[in-house]
Design a protein around this ligand. Sequence first.
Ligand code: PLP
Length: 236
Amino acid sequence: MSQQQYAIDKLHAIKARISAAETQANRPPGSVTLIGASKQQTPDLINEFAHAGLTQLGENYLQESIAKQAEVNKHHQHLTWHFIGHIQSNKTKTIAQNFEWVHGVDRIKIARRLAEQNPKDTPLKLLIQLNVDNEASKHGVSLEQAGELANDMAQAMADYSKVQIKGFMAIPQARKTLDEQRAVFAKVQALLAHTNQRFGLSLEELSMGMSQDLEAAIAEGSTMVRIGTNLFGARK
Ligand SMILES: *Cc1c(COP(=O)(O)O)cnc(C)c1O
């Protein structure tokens, strides 16, 4: 099979999974955005997916991503790039220059640097990363602290026009059953509602769901799924 046909088929299959999950959850068609998690995938392959209609890409590693964007943006000018990796504070300028969404924000200092360093006319959209399972190996803020951080960050950023705080991002540990997957995503959805109510905020985005748990995430209100393996294939 050609790489072109491969991309068309894979994109079609994931979109079908997403729309089936939207229907199952009684959510309007198109309410969930597909982000292709393209780390370690080649510019050629990403180009085929963009050609097939994928418009949103998520990247974890800054240097790798900048090199690939230079190739991919030559052919596709209207892609939206999401930074979904860990943010080092000395890299915020490059992130602000090259991405429209930043999913892994977990400190006010990072938000402020992104706001000050965003050269674009449009605001950078930020998501606060949650460490839902309190794993030492993962970044992000605990569910207990997330509401207050969201409020403090919203206050601190109120005078900055170059960033908007849009919601939460979560990468839960793998769980075996759909019910177990749903239980953790349900906590995140409840946290968003509670945070909005408690602080009068209007956060609306939930970046959650990957290849193995996208149905559970969509059932619990995910608005953005980040799909790598089941879209592009195994990473090199
Ligand atoms: C790699 C990655 C994904 C995609 O994971 P798959 O299981 O391959 O779909 C999603 N989100 C983040 C933050 C990632 O690093």
